[in-house]
Design a protein around this ligand. Structure first.
Ligand code: KG4
Ligand code: ZN
Length: 340
């Protein structure tokens, strides 16, 4: 009998549901929240309210896209954390009720591990997909996390470097806010950067020990840079937005790649992956491919749809946990802060 898993993701501002049959993603429905655009970041209370409105239609859509009947589902996987507690509560409560109603088991999934495991989703219409080979390094860069993870097996992962303050996605989003751009700013900075010259402005690379990162100094440098230039020319931002975005993006990407290179050397690993929302960034993808050529790396870059938050990555993680008989009971609670 085929293994059919329903997965729910609600850790931040995306409500998503996915169905996975025998390790293949057959649907991935995502409801984005636009309500946060004018606030410069996700407003937790608003996010949980919108999750409540979206969760039933999103699950319904995923089940209907998968062309299955809900009674065929054998387990419900859900994001337990890390994330916003109110948002997580909506997904976890829904998953528990759904599993109870159908008398099927529950599978808890760590959101950040799931970003890494998104690499095991075969892209659509690909016959012979080759997922990463263990051990590999994964640079997980999202709005909440910036980590270099040594991936020894599906659920045997070690964080070997991480941010000491802001995440890379936050660096993009906070820069966007300073530049007067709406949330989430990462995709917009990416778009403007493609039209600009990255060497126009120079922002210092922080000197952080080991494999760790820091982005708060860069944010402050950008704030002062913009303030000083606007004093001299009130139209500075409008006239130079492409070059500013290109220069900031180049610095964020170089901070990330320099640590990734260091990790690859230190651990003697040449299989390198990127994951999380920021892995959708075109500058990061190009720079990673260029480094791969220089260093003889094999790189793994997920499909755009599996970079940002989605339930397909929760479903694939759920599939491997199902194979391990790794289930949890109805007493499970969400956890805003968990690691692995
Ligand atoms: O993984 P994700 O969807 O949610 C979290 O788990 O945080 O990542 C969202 C982050 C946001 O900070 C967003 O600005 C950033 O990913 N992002 C990008 C791009 N697309 C999304 N950053 C830079 N360039 C992009 N193209
Ligand atoms: Zn995420």
């Amino acid at each position: 009998m085929a293994i059919i898993i329903l997965a729910i993701e609600s850790s931040c501002d995306e409500t998503s549901a996915s169905v996975c049959i025998d390790g293949k993603i057959v649907s991935n429905s995502i409801a984005n929240q636009t309500i946060h655009q004018n606030y410069g970041g996700v407003v937790p209370e608003l996010a949980s309210r919108v999750h409540q409105q979206n969760i039933i239609p999103t699950v319904h859509q995923a089940i209907s896209d998968a062309k299955i009947n809900k009674n065929q589902i054998q387990a419900v996987a859900f994001t337990r954390g890390p994330g916003l507690l109110g948002s997580l509560l909506v997904g976890v409560s829904f998953a528990k009720a759904f599993a109870l109603g159908l008398n099927i088991p529950l599978i808890e999934v760590n959101h950040v591990q799931a970003h890494v495991l998104a690499h095991f989703i075969a892209p659509k219409n690909t016959e012979n997909y080759s997922p990463p080979i263990f051990p590999f390094l994964c640079l997980t860069v999202s709005g909440g996390h910036t980590q270099i993870v040594l991936v020894k097996n599906y659920f045997d992962m070690e964080i070997i470097g991480q941010t000491l303050d802001d995440a890379a996605g936050e660096a993009f989003d906070k820069t966007a806010k300073i530049l007067g751009l709406p949330y989430p700013g990462g995709p917009l900075i990416d778009k403007y950067a493609q039209l600009g010259e990255p060497s126009t402005y120079s922002f210092t690379e922080p000197n952080i020990p080991d494999l760790n990162f820091s982005f708060s100094g860069l944010k402050t440098a950008i704030l002062y840079f913009v303030r000083d230039n606007i004093k001299k020319n009130p139209d500075f931002l409008a006239q130079n937005i492409n070059n500013i975005c290109a220069s900031v993006q180049e610095r964020i990407v170089s901070i990330l790649l320099n640590k990734l290179k260091k990790a690859a050397q230190q651990y003697q690993i040449s299989h390198i992956a990127i994951a999380g929302g920021v892995s959708a960034n075109s500058g990061l993808r190009q720079a990673l491919n260029a480094e791969a050529k220089k260093n003889n790396w094999t790189v793994y870059i997920p499909d755009f749809q599996y970079c940002t938050d989605n339930a397909a990555m929760i479903a694939i993680a759920g599939h491997y946990k199902y194979l391990n008989n790794d289930f949890v009971g109805q007493d499970i609670t969400p956890q805003a802060r968990i690691t692995f």
